[in-house]
Every structure is written in C-alpha cells, then in structure tokens.
Design a protein around this ligand. Sequence first.
Ligand SMILES: Nc1ncnc2c1ncn2[C@@H]1O[C@H](COP(=O)(O)OP(=O)(O)OP(=O)(O)O)[C@@H](O)[C@H]1O
Length: 275
Amino acid sequence: MKVLEKFPALKTRLPTRLMTQGGELPLDTGKGPVLYLEDVSVSFDGFKALNKLNLYIDEGELRCIIGPNGAGKTTMMDVITGKTRPDSGEVWFGQLINLLELDEHQIAQGGIGRKFQKPTVFEQLSVYDNLELAMASDKRAWKNLFFKISGEQRDRIAEILELIRLSGHRERLAGSLSHGQKQWLEIGMLLMQDPRVLLVDEPVAGMTGEETERTAELLVSLAGRHSVIVVEHDMAFVRSIARKVTVLHQGSVLAEGTMDQIQQDPKVIEVYLGE
Ligand SMILES: Nc1ncnc2c1ncn2[C@@H]1O[C@H](COP(=O)(O)OP(=O)(O)OP(=O)(O)O)[C@@H](O)[C@H]1O
C-alpha cells in the first residue's frame, strides 16, 4: 500500500523548507519508513531510466539492491541524494521531509550519506585526521583553525576506528592504506556525520576475499543504528549480507524478498539469464 494512502494525515505536512529553517531536520519515522520513493520516473532524452519506481526503506534495515546494467540503480541513488531531479513522483525522508525540496548539500547534511565506488580520502592526511575532518566538515573546523574536538568527539572517533578496524593504523597516512582499508576509512568518515541512511555503491569492487568478508561484517554491524542501502553486482557478497533484496529492471522493481525468494523467481531468472 502506498504510504500516503495509509497515512492520509501526512498530506497536511508543512513545506520542508519551512520546517528546516534554522537547524536540524525534523525526521519523523514513527509510523512509516525512513525513506521512500513513490512513482518516481526519470527520463534521459526520452529513455526511462526510472519508471514509476516505488521503494520503501525501514529504519535500521540493510537493503541490497541488485539488477542488470542499466537497470536504474545509480539513477535511483542520484534521485535520493538530490543529484538528479525526477520528472515525476515523490521522495520522502521520514514522513516530514520532502527531499525534492532540498539540494544535494542539505540532503547530505540532513542525514543521508553516500559512499561512491571510488574511495575519496585525503591521502596526505593520517587516518585519524581524515575522521576528525569528516566530523567537523561544514561545522567549525573549516571556519576556525583553532577548533578543538571534545572528549566525546574523541571517543566517537575511537569507536569508529574500532568499527572500521583501523585502530592500529590511526597515525598512518591514508594514501598508504590498502584499497579495502581506504574504502573502510571513507565509510568511517561518513559515519562521523551519524547518517540515518547510508547509500553504498559497489563496496567490494576490487577488494581481496578477506577484505570482502570484513566489509560484509562492517555493513551488517551498521544496520540497526543506520539504514544501509547497498548496491552491488557481486552476488556471493550480496548473499552473505542480504536480508531483503530488491531487484531493479528497466527502472522499476522486478522482485523483492529474501535472496532465496528472488533467486527462484522466474522473472528474475529470465532477466539475469537474458543478459
Ligand atoms: N545522464 C544520463 N544521460 C543519459 N542517459 C543516462 C544518464 N544517466 C543514466 N543514463 C541511462 O539510464 C539507464 C540507467 O542507468 P543507471 O546508471 O541508473 O543504471 P545502473 O543500474 O546503475 O547500471 P550499472 O549497473 O551499469 O551501473 C542506462 O541506460 C543509462 O545509459
């Protein structure tokens, strides 16, 4: 059922721009998903990259999105993060925040983090400094060179270093880390902003088997505190972390369910074998 049909009172929501004036976004997920897209369509020169896409992400869930090349996965992430504006449809963060009224920067600051495929850490800085800078980004540090972090913030960095398994490498230059470690550091940098939703694009591309396993553990451990959306082609990896899986095809949801359910779905088999 569509969320707006289920909760008709939501139609009386105030415009997001009025609610967000002067600070924190009033995220309200009490009665519904943390993020949802309804009837979202995006066309590029007449070609429908997204075609009436519906997607509902619950608070704290780990969702895997798969689909053949060109299915619309990247476009979907671009719409959520404000990079691409849909031609039609709705995109809500909680029940009160209309993401279509916010720009990319506001969406990132408001609690939707995105990890692109290529790591973009500051190679000349230490692991620790990368995390400190990420925490402070857009806050005082960039404006005030004498910014000092609090004990609480130091604890948060230590907690994240532990989580991303880089506690023993805190003073190392980020440029000297392995590919996998750089990817974890970047995930750690996003976590410093404590996002409600984390979008992760092909996290294990180019990783060793061991790094892939550790990444699976990391992403699973993030669910609960964050909603994590993982777009990935590596099916063995998806199977290792999957709870609910959404299969996109030609810009819409083709199937949704557990990995076993979708792997036995004749529509999914046809699409993948037909590639
Ligand atoms: N800026 C653009 N201009 C024109 N066409 C585009 C643009 N962005 C995406 N497309 C097209 O829209 C379709 C969906 O692309 P998208 O990148 O979202 O798919 P995807 O599922 O992420 O694919 P992949 O797995 O290959 O990354 C593709 O056919 C693509 O060529």
